[in-house]
Design a protein around this ligand. Structure first.
Ligand code: ADP
Ligand code: MG
Length: 357
């Protein structure tokens, strides 16, 4: 998948941008606060229906403008058919469009324009709370396991009802009335995640060896409940605790993956730069899995690629990105930071909110 045109009007500091990106690597260069991240954010909005910066989209309308518009045309590599994606946000409403459909839901966009976002804080995947790792895992699972999303939705709905019953101290039978649905759907979610993690484990060694030169990388999946007797038993066993805590404490909504290098937690062991390389390797592995299983190449958005990385790491990462074959948008503060591997690729300049080739 690649974007062959991108139009932006009045988004953040960007007045207008009308570019024809290359199918391969697009380097975006500009000073601090020139609008580089905003360009990536606009592409992200088209494919995710939300921003990676803030929830309130109207805040991204350019100062003194009434609305912002983003439009893009996406094309499957090697195919003629175009998908038109659009987003129009005013002070009062946000509308997303996929071709001529206006009732576009967020997951329609996610399916139409698969994106991977690697930003300078990508190491939070290892450092911070489990929700980041679940999000990472579920992005991949969503794209390759069709049973996942419907089950996840039903699970979440049942969880909400069960938590509501707990919060309002409803009688026990009203709480456990949701357990069958939770267990049934939760086990599907869990099985999809486990299968996907196995794919990642197979894909990773090649990827990380090239980037980090470590082969003792391990993943430990934690399903979100304790004990070996399955989710049903764990849920039943924690009923009294749930009633006390007034919330459901066990389940796939609490799942996590631990990443170890040489038997030490990755976040305690490696430097920021190495963490960045490692998380980038994870995301590139996902891109590779999506391509091998579904013949879809996600678009890579890589913000401030050079941050935290010395020359050697930058070159290795750039080679891996090239090898991945995906259309990529990569930002740099200065042209001197562009790795050698990207020298012949397409270059855009951003200056005071204007994007030029
Ligand atoms: N709604 C807005 N209207 C105008 N400017 C904005 C708006 N939101 C953010 N900005 C400005 O846009 C700039 C951010 O651009 P950004 O894309 O983060 O730059 P870069 O990534 O090149 O450092 C900042 O100067 C910020 O103040
Ligand atoms: Mg930036």
């Amino acid at each position: 998948m690649h974007l062959n045109s991108l139009y932006i009007d009045s988004f953040r500091c960007i007045r207008e941008c009308n570019i024809r990106p290359s199918e391969r690597i697009n380097c975006i260069v500009g000073d601090n606060a020139s609008g580089k991240t905003s360009v990536l954010e606009s592409i992200y909005l088209l494919g995710r229906g939300q921003s990676f910066r803030q929830n309130q989209l109207s805040k991204a309308i350019r100062e003194n403008a009434d609305a912002f518009t983003i439009r893009g045309r996406a094309q499957e590599n090697g195919q003629q058919q175009l998908t038109r994606l659009g987003c129009h946000v005013t002070g009062r409403s946000a509308q997303f469009k996929l071709d001529n459909l206006t009732a576009t839901r967020r997951y329609d966009l996610v399916a139409a324009l698969p994106l991977q976002h690697i930003d300078p804080n990508v190491h939070r995947l290892l450092e911070q709370g489990p929700q980041h790792r679940r999000h990472f895992l579920d992005w991949g699972v969503f794209h390759v396991e069709h049973a996942f999303f419907p089950a996840w939705r039903r699970y979440r709905r049942a969880l909400k009802q069960r938590n509501r019953a707990l919060r309002f101290h409803r009688p026990k039978h009203e709480v456990i009335a949701w357990d069958n649905e939770l267990v049934g759907q939760g086990e599907i979610v869990d099985a999809c995640r486990r299968r996907y993690l196995e794919l990642i484990k197979k894909q990773l060694p090649e990827n990380t060896n090239a980037l980090i030169g470590e082969d003792a990388l391990e993943f430990h999946y934690q399903p979100g409940w304790r004990g070996d007797d399955g989710y049903g038993a764990a849920l039943a066993g924690s009923l009294e605790q749930d009633i006390k805590a007034r919330i459901t404490q066990n389940g796939p909504h609490r799942a996590d993956i631990r990443v170890n290098i040489a038997a030490t937690r990755a976040r305690d062991w490696v430097s920021r730069g190495q963490q960045k390389i490692l998380t980038a390797a994870l995301l590139l592995a996902q891109a590779h899995i999506l391509y091998t299983l579904k013949n879809v190449r996600p678009i890579l958005l890589i913000d401030d690629m050079a941050a935290e990385l010395g020359k050697q790491y930058r070159e290795t990462l750039a080679e891996e990105i090239l090898r991945c074959g995906a259309q990529s948008f990569v930002t740099f503060l200065d042209p001197s930071l562009i790795p050698r591997a990207f020298q012949d690729q397409t270059l855009f300049h951003v200056e005071q909110g204007r994007v030029s080739a």
